[in-house]
Design a protein around this ligand. Structure first.
Ligand SMILES: *[C@@H]1O[C@H](CO)[C@@H](O)[C@H](O)[C@H]1NC(C)=O
Ligand SMILES: *[C@@H]1O[C@H](CO)[C@@H](O)[C@H](O)[C@H]1NC(C)=O
Ligand SMILES: *[C@@H]1O[C@H](CO)[C@@H](O)[C@H](O)[C@H]1NC(C)=O
Ligand SMILES: *[C@@H]1O[C@H](CO)[C@@H](O)[C@H](O)[C@H]1NC(C)=O
Ligand SMILES: *[C@@H]1O[C@H](CO)[C@@H](O)[C@H](O)[C@H]1NC(C)=O
Ligand SMILES: *[C@@H]1O[C@H](CO)[C@@H](O)[C@H](O)[C@H]1NC(C)=O
Ligand SMILES: *[C@@H]1O[C@H](CO)[C@@H](O)[C@H](O)[C@H]1NC(C)=O
Ligand SMILES: *[C@@H]1O[C@H](CO)[C@@H](O)[C@H](O)[C@H]1NC(C)=O
Length: 789
C-alpha cells in the first residue's frame, strides 16, 4: 500500500502491467515449447487447442548410471600426482600456524586457487582466542641439585634439525619451526621435584598414590599414549602437580630399539618432540555456541577458563626423549613397574626423585587472532541449495607436510580435476559441491566450529554431508570414521580406486577397498556387518561440530596403518618439524600415489553424493547400527543400572520397539532409494524431491536442541556426541552412558544425592533417545508419495 501511494505517477504501474503481461506471454510460450519438446509424441497439443494443464513436477527423471560412471572415471583420471607434489611444496615452505600473517597468506593462496580453477570462492573470518610462544625466547627446563645453587639448563626449548642437507634445509627454512611448545599452557614458571606418571591417566595417578608417591607440588613428567595430551595435564593438575612435561617415548615413537629413526625411517629421532593444543574446548573458548565475530559478547574469560581447567592452569611444555633420558638418568627414587617402563635405552625408569628440583619456564601469551576459512563452491545444476562439503584444515604447527597439508595439496588437485571435467564436458552435478578449507583446527577446531555456529540455520537446512580429510599419516591402507548413512558411500568409492601401494598390490589387493577390508576386518567392532570396521565420529577433527551440533552426516577418511598398529607408531613424526615434503618424497609417499588414491576416493564420494538422483544415504545401515548399538548399551545398562532404574527393562524394550519400527520405515525408503539410484526405475521430480527432503533431514531428527545433558549445549546428537567419560574416541549414546558411569562413581563415593541426579538424567536421556527415534520415523513417512507418480 505504501509503495503505491509513494510512487504516485501513473506511468510506472502501467509499464509494470505491460511488462507483466509480456512476461506471462513469454512464460506461456516457453511452457508450450517445453511440452512440445518433452512430449513430441503428443501431436494433439496444438497451440490453438484449450490451454493444457502442464505440471512440470510430473517430469520423470532417471539415473543415468553409465554416464555418471564415465564422469567419475574421467575426474579421477584427471588427478595428477605431480600437481599434488607441487601443491605440497607451495604449502609447506614456512611455518603457517593459525592466526599469523603467514597462515592468512596461505589461506589467500588457496582462495586464489579456487578462483583460478573456476569455483565461486568465499572467505569467512573469525577472531578466536589463540596462543603463541615467544619464538625468540623459547620455553626452558632447568635443574638444581641439592646443596647446589647453580641452575643447569636441561632443555632450551628447541628441536634440532636432522638428516641429509636437503632435509635440513627444509627444516631450517623457518626458525620458528624449531621452537617447542604446547598451545594454551599456563605462562610462568614452576619449581618442584620430578615425578614420573607414565601416560598421565587417572589410573596412573591412582597407582602413584597407592605407592605413596607425593605428586602434590611436583613437576610431573608424562609420556604420550593412552589418553589425549590435554587429559594428562588435567589429571596432573587434579593431583596437585605444579607443572607438567610431556615427551614421546621411543617405545611407541621409535621401535624396536630406537636406532632406525628419521631420516632412515618415519620414526622419531631423539632430538624431536610433538607440539599440540591443550584446550579442552572446541571452538573459540571465549564465545561458546556463537561465532567469534565482533558483535558477539564474550561470555567467558581466560581466567575463568583456567580456573575451571578448560584451559590448563599449570605451566606445561614438551621435551624430546633425548632430554627425558637425562632426567631419568638422574632420578633416584622408586623403580617404576613394567607398565610404566618405556623404551629409552640405558636408563632405569623411576617414579620419584630426591636429588634436586626442576624448574620449567613457559613464555607464552594468548591473543585474539584473525583466522580465515576459505570455501570454493561449484553450484549444483538442479538442487543448488543442497551442499556436499569436502573439508580439510590448512593451519599447521610447523610446516605441516602431513598434518594437514597432505590433505590440502590433495583437495587443491581434486577440485582442479573436477573443474577440468566440468569445463571439458559441460556437466555439472545436481547438487552443490563445496571445497572447504578450514583455518585453526589445531588450536581447537576453531575454523570449523565458528563456521558451524555462524551458519547453523543455513547448514541445518542445506548441508547434505561433510567428508573430512585431516591428513595422510601412512601409506598402507584407507581407514574411516563415519556415521552409518555414509559408510557404504565410502565403500563404493574405495572399490573404484586402484590400490596405490605396491606391496599391497603384490598381495592381490587390487583396490583401496581390498586393503581396507583386509586390515579393518573387525567383526567385533563392526556395528554394520559386511563393511570394514569403521570408527565413530567424535572430536578428532573438523567434522565434530557438524555431526554433534548441527546434525550433518559426516565421515573422515585417511590413509594410515593396519588397525593393529598404534596411531603413535603409525605416524611418529606427528606435529614435529619433520613434517616436511622431503619426507613425503623419500619416506612415506614416494610417487604421491597415496595422496592421489585418497583424493580419488574423496572426489568420487563427492560426485556420488552430489550427483545421484536421490541422496545416496544408506538408511537401512542406520537402522542396523541402532539395533546393534542399542543392544550393546542395553547389556551394559542391564549389568550396571538394573538396580538403579527399577523399570529399566520396560524402558529398554520400548526403545527397542521404536528401533524396530524405524527399521521397517528405513527398509521401505531404502527400497526406493536403491531403485532410483540404480537407474532401474524413474520417479517424478516431485517424488525425487520428497525422498531428498526426507533423507536430507534424517540425521537432524537425532538432534536434541537442549543438548544431551546439562552443560552440553554444544553436544546435541543423541547417538553421536563425545562422551566426557571417554573423550578420546567417539562413543554412542553418551547422554545415557555418561550419567550411568557418573552414578556409579557417586555410589562408590557414597554421594547418594549426586547419584540420584545422575540416574534421573540417564532416565531422561533414554526418553529423549526414544523421542529422537520416533521423530525419525515420522520424518521418513512417505504419505502421498504414490499420488505424485
Ligand atoms: C575452467 O574454465 C574457467 C572459465 O574459462 C577457467 O577460468 C578455469 O581456469 C577453468 N578451470 C580449469 C581447471 O581448467
Ligand atoms: C639447544 O640445545 C641443543 C642441545 O640440546 C643444542 O644443540 C642447541 O645448539 C641449543 N640451541 C641453542 C639456541 O642454544
Ligand atoms: C601397572 O602395574 C602396577 C603393578 O603391577 C599395577 O598395580 C597397576 O594397576 C598398573 N597400572 C596400570 C595403569 O595398568
Ligand atoms: C607433598 O609435598 C608437598 C610439597 O613439597 C608438601 O607440602 C606435602 O606436605 C607433601 N605431602 C606429603 C603427604 O608428604
Ligand atoms: C565489525 O567488523 C566489521 C567487518 O570487519 C567492521 O566493518 C565493523 O566496523 C566492525 N564493528 C565493530 C563495532 O568493531
Ligand atoms: C619416593 O616415594 C616413596 C613413597 O612415598 C618414598 O618412600 C621415597 O622416599 C621417595 N623417594 C624419593 C627418592 O623421593
Ligand atoms: C595373486 O593372484 C595370482 C593370479 O590369480 C596368483 O597366481 C598369485 O599366487 C596370487 N598371489 C598371492 C600372494 O596370493
Ligand atoms: C610407504 O611407507 C613406508 C614407511 O612407512 C616406506 O618404507 C615405503 O617405501 C613407502 N612406500 C611408498 C610407495 O612410498
Amino acid at each position: 500500500m505504501g509503495r503505491r501511494s509513494h510512487k504516485g505517477g501513473s506511468k510506472l504501474p502501467l509499464l509494470l502491467t505491460v511488462g507483466l503481461v509480456a512476461c506471462i506471454i513469454v512464460i506461456a510460450a516457453l511452457a508450450i515449447l517445453l511440452i512440445v519438446l518433452k512430449k513430441p509424441e503428443s501431436p494433439s497439443l496444438a497451440p490453438t487447442s484449450t490451454p493444457p494443464s502442464f505440471n512440470p513436477y510430473s517430469i520423470q527423471i532417471q539415473q543415468n548410471v553409465l554416464e555418471q560412471t564415465k564422469i567419475g572415471d574421467r575426474i579421477r583420471e584427471a588427478i595428477s600426482a605431480s600437481n599434488i607434489r607441487t601443491n605440497l611444496y607451495q604449502l609447506t615452505g614456512r611455518v603457517h600456524t593459525a592466526g599469523t600473517p603467514a597462515q592468512l597468506e596461505t589461506m589467500m593462496s588457496i582462495k586464489q586457487h579456487y578462483q583460478a580453477i573456476g569455483l565461486d570462492a568465499h572467505q569467512y573470518d573469525y577472531y578466536p582466542l589463540l596462543d603463541y610462544p615467544d619464538y625468540d625466547n623459547p620455553n626452558t627446563v632447568h635443574y638444581q641439585a641439592n646443596n647446589d645453587n647453580i641452575w643447569q639448563l636441561v632443555s632450551n626449548g628447541t628441536a634440532q634439525p636432522v638428516g641429509p642437507p636437503e632435509a635440513i634445509k627444509q627444516q631450517e627454512s623457518d626458525p620458528k619451526a624449531q621452537v617447542l611448545w604446547n598451545a594454551y599452557a599456563k605462562p610462568g614458571s614452576a619449581t618442584g621435584a620430578i615425578v614420573y606418571a607414565n601416560t598421565g591417566t587417572a589410573d596412573d595417578f591412582a597407582y602413584l598414590k597407592g605407592q605413596g608417591v607425593n605428586v602434590t607440588g611436583s613437576i610431573v613428567l608424562v609420556r604420550y599414549g593412552g589418553v589425549w595430551r590435554g587429559e594428562k595435564v588435567y589429571q596432573a593438575t587434579l593431583n596437585g602437580a605444579v607443572g607438567c612435561i610431556i615427551y614421546s617415548d621411543p617405545q611407541l615413537y621409535a621401535p624396536p630399539d630406537g636406532s632406525n629413526v628419521f631420516p632412515n625411517s618415519m620414526y622419531m629421532p631423539p632430538t624431536s618432540a610433538q607440539r599440540g593444543s591443550l584446550s579442552q574446548v572446541n571452538g573459540d573458548p571465549l564465545t561458546p555456541l556463537y561465532p567469534a565475530v565482533n558483535y558477539t559478547y564474550p561470555t567467558e574469560t581466560e581466567q575463568d577458563l583456567r580456573s575451571t581447567m578448560q584451559l590448563p592452569s599449570i605451566p606445561t611444555l614438551p621435551i624430546s626423549y633425548g632430554t627425558a633420558k637425562q632426567i631419568f638418568a638422574r632420578m633416584n627414587g622408586l623403580i617404576a613397574p613394567t607398565n610404566f617402563t618405556g623404551g629409552i635405552a640405558g636408563v632405569q625408569y623411576r617414579l620419584n626423585d630426591s636429588t634436586g628440583v626442576y624448574r620449567i619456564v613457559v613464555n607464552q601469551a594468548t591473543r585474539i587472532a584473525n583466522i580465515r576459512n576459505v570455501v570454493g563452491y561449484l553450484r549444483g545444476m538442479d538442487e543448488p541449495d543442497r551442499i556436499v562439503m569436502l573439508s580439510n584444515h590448512v593451519d599447521a604447527w610447523t610446516y605441516g607436510a602431513n598434518d594437514p597439508n597432505s590433505g590440502t595439496a590433495t583437495i587443491m588437485e581434486i577440485s582442479r580435476a573436477l573443474m577440468q571435467v566440468v569445463n571439458e564436458t559441460g556437466w555439472r552435478p545436481r547438487r552443490t559441491i563445496a571445497f572447504v578449507s578450514f583455518d585453526s583446527e589445531e588450536f581447537g577446531l576453531d575454523g570449523s566450529t565458528e563456521l558451524a555456529e555462524e551458519y547453523l540455520k543455513v547448514f541445518e537446512d542445506r548441508v547434505v554431508a561433510l567428508v573430512n580429510v585431516d591428513l595422510i599419516e601412512n601409506n598402507v591402507t584407507l581407514a574411516a570414521i563415519s556415521v552409518p548413512l555414509l559408510s557404504r558411500a565410502i565403500a563404493r568409492a574405495a572399490q573404484k580406486v586402484p590400490n596405490p601401494n605396491p606391496d599391497e598390490l603384490a598381495l592381490n589387493r587390487t583396490t583401496v577397498y581390498d586393503s581396507w577390508s583386509y586390515y579393518y576386518n573387525l567383526p567385533q567392532l563392526a556395528l554394520v556387518p559386511d563393511l570394514p570396521g569403521i570408527g565413530l565420529p567424535g572430536s578428532e577433527s573438523d567434522h565434530a561440530a557438524y555431526i554433534s551440533y548441527v546434525g550433518v552426516p559426516v565421515c573422515m577418511i585417511l590413509y594410515t596403518c593396519p588397525y593393529t598398529v598404534p596411531r603413535e607408531q603409525c605416524f611418529p613424526l606427528y606435529h614435529t618439524m619433520l613434517e616436511i615434503p622431503w619426507a613425503a618424497d623419500n619416506l612415506w609417499d614416494k610417487q604421491y600415489s597415496t595422496m592421489k588414491a585418497l583424493g580419488s576416493v574423496w572426489i568420487e564420494m563427492a560426485r556420488d553424493l552430489a550427483d545421484s538422483v536421490v541422496i545416496p544415504f544408506n538408511v537401512q545401515d542406520y537402522a542396523t547400527f541402532l539395533t546393534n548399538g542399542f543392544h550393546l548399551v542395553s547389556e551394559l545398562l542391564l549389568r550396571d543400572a538394573q538396580a538403579l532404574i527399577p523399570d529399566l527393562s520396560n524402558i529398554l524394550s520400548s526403545i527397542e520397539g521404536a528401533i524396530k519400527r524405524f527399521a521397517l520405515q528405513a527398509s521401505e525408503i531404502q527400497n526406493l532409494v536403491d531403485k532410483a539410484n540404480s537407474g532401474s526405475e524413474s520417479y517424478t521430480i516431485r517424488q525425487v524431491e520428497m525422498l531428498n527432503r526426507r533423507l536430507n533431514k534424517l540425521e537432524r531428527a537425532f538432534i536434541n536442541p537442549r543438548g544431551i545433558y546439562d552443560n552440553r549445549a554444544d553436544a546435541r546428537h543423541v547417538v553421536f556426541a563425545t562422551s566426557l567419560e571417554n573423550s578420546y574416541e567417539g562413543v554412542i549414546f553418551a547422554g545415557v552412558v555418561d550419567p550411568i558411569a557418573r552414578a556409579g562413581q557417586a555410589f562408590a563415593a557414597n554421594d547418594y544425592p549426586r547419584m540420584k541426579l545422575q540416574i534421573i538424567q540417564a532416565r531422561r536421556s533414554l526418553s529423549e533417545l526414544q523421542y529422537a527415534i520416533e521423530s525419525a520415523i515420522l520424518l521418513l513417512q512417505l504419505d502421498g508419495f504414490a499420488d505424485q507418480s
